[in-house]
Design a protein around this ligand. Structure first.
Ligand SMILES: NC(=O)c1ccc[n+]([C@@H]2O[C@H](COP(=O)([O-])OP(=O)(O)OC[C@H]3O[C@@H](n4cnc5c(N)ncnc54)[C@H](O)[C@@H]3O)[C@@H](O)[C@H]2O)c1
Length: 427
């Protein structure tokens, strides 16, 4: 473990010698993220909208996050970074970012205690903007660093993922949310691409460790939301017979009309060769369902927390747990059946592979960059509570992304604008 202060950079990472490998990863992401890495960064470098402030990010430490923090740094911010999942940190990227002056407290495989130690290190720096993925950073700020909020040191916060936004909505309902919070996940440029396409493709990435053929397999997808509908589509595209389980009647109807089998989990489990969860809920199935699991079934989760698949109960029930490949375990049940658990039930696309493709994260992180700027410009006006994502920022990211792909679209004429915003013209 490497810890220290490099010029004015504080850090604790796994292995400083991985710098060159990390630089290579960042180089690959740069060219695939033209909006964040080029257009916004070039403007930020000139205008310095984040000059003099500190930003703390609790994010998956991937090459794409590296591109975001480079852009925030180019805008003038001093950046602190910790991981948003104990297993998703790419140690090579962490090493490269430290060399670039980012204060990184993250390493792959940290314990729950170490995870919160890293979060505290970021908060001890007294950041002005918090960028979260799952709500752990901002909730810790409320619990353990209330003075940052009371003294107005925190200007505004952002939350990247569905589960985090849900936690903040619950906090707001209980009157416990004390900071202005931008739910970036609500932006169209986030959830319609990051969740659907990113997590959809993640199903493939998650299977690197098992290297199986999807064609002909019975794949059970729990949920038919943004992430899970993308996953169902990709699994079907690979030739699988896909069954969806849901608790929302409308989502279940959508799945049925999209051509999937829809049924309760207890009916689906005995047929499933592969089970994927992305519901944001806990215990999608329980230990009572273990007798229904097929011998050889592969279990993977892409939801934010490791609570969707009952991993703890699986480990307790197993008479043998054998590590197979990196982050894949074979669990043997007392009756001899084997199940294969990916990433200990944590986000399999980020643990077994590198998370969402860079092209997708370009939009999510362009939003984070522009909302950081927005927070700075409007800090005196922002009130505690959940903010609306400014529509002009969402649209700007959409236009910039299209432009970067060389795509032009039509613009409304004044007549068309007045028509769709008016009521007088009818039959
Ligand atoms: N792995 C990643 O890279 C990644 C990326 C984005 C989001 N996420 C996470 O994935 C999860 C899902 O996010 P989303 O944006 O798709 O949310 P969503 O709200 O759009 O979809 C969740 C769906 O699951 C259904 N559901 C809830 N409980 C269920 C249960 N017990 N059984 C079956 N279905 C159930 C809901 O009705 C809903 O349709 C969240 O935890 C989110 O934070 C992960």
């Amino acid at each position: 473990m490497f810890q220290g202060r490099l010029k004015v950079v504080s850090y604790k990472i796994a292995d400083e010698s991985l710098v060159e490998k990390g630089k290579e990863a960042l180089y690959i992401a740069e060219s695939k993220m033209p909006v964040t890495a080029k257009v916004i960064r070039e403007r930020f470098s000139k205008e310095k909208p984040l000059e003099g402030i500190k930003i703390a990010g609790c994010l998956h430490v991937t090459k794409e996050t590296g591109i975001l923090v480079r852009t925030l740094q180019a805008g003038g911010a001093e950046v602190y970074l910790c991981g948003s999942n104990p297993l998703s940190t790419q140690d090579d990227v962490a090493a490269a970012l430290v060399k670039e002056g980012i204060n990184v407290f993250a390493w792959h495989g940290n314990t729950s205690e170490e995870f919160y130690w890293c979060i505290r290190k970021c908060l001890e720096a007294e950041p002005n903007i918090l960028i979260d993925d799952g709500a752990d950073l901002i909730v810790t700020a409320h619990k353990e660093f209330p003075e940052l909020i009371e003294l107005g040191k925190i200007f505004g916060c952002q939350e990247e993922t569905t589960t985090g936004v849900k936690r903040f909505r619950a906090m707001e309902e209980h009157g416990a949310l004390k900071v202005p919070l931008f739910p970036v996940n609500d932006a169209r440029c986030k959830n319609q691409f990051d969740n659907e396409l990113g997590t959809g493709q993640g199903i493939l990435a998650a299977f690197i460790g098992m290297h199986i053929l999807f064609a002909g397999k019975n794949v059970l997808i729990a949920g038919y939301g943004h992430c899970s509908s993308g996953m169902a589509l990709r699994a079907r595209g690979l030739g699988s017979n896909v069954t969806v389980t849901e608790v929302d009647p409308i989502k279940a109807l959508q799945a049925k009309f999209a051509g999937y089998n829809v049924m309760p989990i207890a009916k689906a489990l005995p047929h499933a060769d592969i089970i994927f969860t992305a519901t944001g809920c806990k215990n999608v199935f329980t230990k009572e369902h273990f007798p229904l699991l097929k011998d050889g079934v592969i279990l993977g989760n892409l939801g934010h927390f490791d609570v969707e698949i009952p991993s703890k109960d699986l480990y307790e029930h197993a008479i043998e747990v054998k590590p197979l490949r990196k982050d894949v375990e074979e669990l043997t049940f007392p009756d001899g059946r084997k199940v294969y658990l990916l990433a200990q039930g944590r986000l399999a696309n980020l643990v077994l592979a590198e998370g969402h493709p860079s092209e997708i994260m370009d939009m999510s992180f362009a939003l984070q960059s522009l909302i950081s700027e927005y927070i700075m410009k409007n800090k005196d006006k922002l009130k505690p509570g959940i903010m609306k994502i400014p529509e002009h920022i969402d649209n700007e990211v959409g236009f910039l992304k299209l432009k970067s792909m060389g795509i032009e679209i039509d613009e409304l004429t004044e007549e068309q604008y007045n028509y769709i915003h008016g009521y007088e013209e009818g039959t």
